[in-house]
Design a protein around this ligand. Sequence first.
Ligand code: F0G
Length: 357
Amino acid sequence: HTPWPGLIEAYRHRLPVCETWEPGWAPVTLREGATPLLPARALSELTGCDVHLKVEGLNPTGSFKDRGMTMAVTEAKATGKKGVLCASTGNTSASAAAYAAIAGIECAVLVPAGKIAMGKLAQAVMYGAKIIEVDGNFDDCLELARKTTATFDTIALVNSVNPVRIEGQKTAAFEIVDALGKAPDVHALPVGNAGNITAYWRGYSEYFADGIASSRPRMLGVQAAGAAPLVNGAPVKDPETIATAIRIGSPASWNQAVAAKDESNGEFRAATDEKLLEAYRLVAKTEGVFVEPASAASVAGLLAATADGWIEKGSTVVCTVTGNGLKDPDTALSSLPEIARVGIDPVAVASAMGLTE
Ligand code: F0G
């Protein structure tokens, strides 16, 4: 039994860009990847499909971003950068901060003021990143990050517009095919800046091209209704949604996302905040998987697409749940049920449980 080495070592042969780095480079890794593909019993029963959850919230910093960040920070270190910079709705900043911390290089994160979940901010603080709030939304932050790194070449841009990020993230598709022994029929995931749908499609396509999988899934990209540029077919100027992670109006990987949808015979869908929250609660309560609101978009998409027949009964479906629910305690607690309060009294406890019989 050899311990999991992290995804660069595990998939090195499928990450050719590594060969272009200076000899002697070493992976900057927190042993990310190898996340569970969890059979979702309740969702399967509800939809008549064979549903699995790819639980990306179990990565080292609690989101899928770690797959891209091990690559981006390894490259930054290998190419002698002094610091890394990203724009972020929260998860990218937490991940960049952690990997920069172990690489021993500077990290700054540009976040939309007041619009990132508390847990993510707490992570970036603890990992020692410089936090810079921007008066604007994610799209403004990304523009600023691009301009800064274009001007100062000792600073690496570690958003998913950095191609090595996508290379790292494609490994999630490899893991799914490795675990299922085939590609699913449908793959549902939340879409914000559209890097992840680009990455999954690349991963599935590479396995397909090499004959490791005999098919590729239809890609179902799910956006929040108030931030659904790909569904509308036009950028959204003032995106708004409770799912702050995907509050993005102008996705950087627009063309690649559209290609993934078209080539896979897939679809983009929008889910209202109400539907997102419904799915968010359902997946916690029935599957025991606490995700953040944006992550529930994949499940909301599954429910809508099975209800209207876009996904046929009997299909094998994978939903990526992208981030850990602990990152956003405020949303979880905003629907706090009445809390019982008792003295040191066993009868009162059993009675609060409704189990006094
Ligand atoms: N789910 C979560 C939890 C995210 O944090 C993000 C993106 C997405 C889904 C969408 O992925 O952008 O590749 O389409 N978060 C970025 C960030 C924007 O800054 O953390 P995408």
